[in-house]
Design a protein around this ligand. Structure first.
Ligand SMILES: Nc1ncnc2c1ncn2[C@@H]1O[C@H](COP(=O)(O)OP(=O)(O)OP(=O)(O)O)[C@@H](O)[C@H]1O
Length: 197
């Protein structure tokens, strides 16, 4: 994925490449503009500049196609129903992902509001991965997770990278950045600083 001069009133311009199979970690203080960057890449916030995937610009692709390929997982994912099975099917692919992320199969039949924050976080990742994205934009995906569960998420993400997924990971966790990053950027006041963090 290639990002060139991406900007709006709140942040940018940003220029960065994230090849398939690599992870860009973006860090920076609260309010720096990290979520705005992810939302512009996902074509969810108005923006100027260029984002292209495998040479095809976002502007040249129907919005629904872009958002299926370039998937944004917010820090607090939304649920449009309290029934988990309205969001994911109970099938082999779902169960395999639940198992990888240390989730019991009973979460499929637990009302969303009864799940823990960390369970909802992991379930949102399952829901997103089942859509088969090429690029995953993750906003603090492990913020509610203990260390062992965080490692499970990271192991899955590493496997997906090896299969060609490009990853942009917003993380405040320096140790996680050290484990996951192929590339890094640090953001201050809506801009990347010159040096990688
Ligand atoms: N649509 C909008 N209207 C007004 N201000 C906005 C809008 N979108 C973002 N902002 C502002 O842009 C700034 C960057 O917000 P953003 O959510 O990207 O920060 P962040 O780096 O992700 O912070 P955090 O680490 O706390 O999640 C904030 O000051 C926010 O209020």
């Amino acid at each position: 994925m290639s990002v060139r001069g991406l900007r709006n009133a709140h942040a940018g311009p940003f220029t960065v490449d994230v090849p398939r199979g690599e992870c860009l970690v973006v860090a920076g203080m609260s309010g720096a503009g990290k979520s705005v960057l992810l939302r512009m890449i996902a074509d969810l916030d108005p923006h100027q500049g260029l984002v292209a995937l495998d040479g095809v610009a976002c502007a040249d692709m129907p919005a629904h196609q872009w958002r299926r390929r370039v998937l944004y997982l917010p820090a607090e994912p939304g649920w449009w129903s309290d029934i988990v099975l309205d969001h994911v099917s109970d099938d082999t692919a779902t169960r395999a992902l639940l198992d990888r992320l240390g989730l019991r199969e009973s979460v499929l039949r637990t009302p969303v509001h009864r799940l823990s924050t960390g369970e909802r976080q992991r379930l949102a990742l399952v829901r997103g991965l089942l859509r088969g994205p090429c690029v995953l934009l993750l906003d603090e995906p492990c913020s509610a997770l203990d260390d062992a569960t965080t490692r499970k998420v990271e192991a899955l993400l590493r496997d997906l990278k090896a299969q060609g997924l490009a990853l942009v990971l917003v993380s405040h966790d320096q140790a996680q950045a050290d484990r996951m990053a192929d590339r890094r950027r640090y953001m201050t006041s809506g801009r990347f600083t010159e040096d990688a963090a």
